[in-house]
Design a protein around this ligand. Sequence first.
Ligand code: HEC
Length: 177
Amino acid sequence: MTKRNILAVLAMATLVPVTSIAAPQFFNIIDGSPLNFDDAMEEGRDTPAVKHFLDTGENLYNEDPAIMADAEDLYAGMCSGCHGHYAEGKLGPGLNDSYWTYPSNATDVGLFSTMFGGATGQMGPMWGSLTLDEMLMTMAWVRHLYTGDPKDADWLTDEQKASFTPFDSTKPGDDPS
Ligand code: HEC
């Protein structure tokens, strides 16, 4: 092996992750077909948060104060008309408690899949309206509106569960709008 080949092999070896966590699988919630992220909008496809999410199923935007204002705007513009200002439910079901029509929405992989691919009736797919990055932000706001027991909030890390206070629209600060 020439010195150059050895260097190339070494360079490739460093690209292989040391521990490989199984990447999550994404399916349409209604017909079970695999979601095709080639359909996603060009913009916002390869942000660090999107890459991390597609690799691990963990949403780095959950409870990240830096994106909360944008996340709230996205939810207000795209979801609140049907799901209610506080995700309490309106034309569409409530998204702020532990009850789900589709139980997989209790996980962020499930919630992302429902947003991307849609469900039935008025719940259309969002892949043409929101970038993948915006979907993750919108999800973070949906999760921020959660009123249930933090122990059941599987999308939060253990550390976040310990500090998460269920959303209370009557509390000053929880409703900045
Ligand atoms: C035009 C109205 C409309 C809009 C806009 C809309 N939804 Fe929905 N959504 C619905 C309806 C109706 C359902 C019930 C569909 C079903 O059960 O298959 C639903 C279902 C859902 C579900 C499944 C809930 C469960 O209990 O399993 C999730 C999650 C969801 N929507 C999230 C969102 C998010 C996030 C947005 C914004 C990006 C959004 N929706 C925008 C009408 C809407």
